[in-house]
Design a protein around this ligand. Sequence first.
Ligand SMILES: [Zn+2]
Length: 120
Amino acid sequence: MKLLDERTQIKQVAARWRAQYSRGIFASDDDKQQIQRQLDALDTDNATTDDVEVIIGNGSWVEPEECGECRDVTWNIVELGDDAENADKRLPVCFLCLCRAVTLVSPQLDLNDLKALQDE
Ligand SMILES: [Zn+2]
């Protein structure tokens, strides 16, 4: 299980880029390695999604995810299924769907009370 919110994605983008582009033919690709140096130098506590997009040249590396249950696109996503080798077994789930799931296993809990936790 891992958090896929905006800050987490920004903090992980350099490592994700390295995993994709540090080997094989990409290891000698100057453009890919220049991007890696810029991502490594990024102040990930304060950088924005736009900062990452400027470095990489597109917004696909840090973006809101689609909930696999309700299809809403949001930053408030947790990915369930910790199988790095098999993306088909991973499921992004939004905060509201996580709350709905909790009320299924604990019907005594109120969905509105759980939703209110997000604002606290
Ligand atoms: Zn959802």
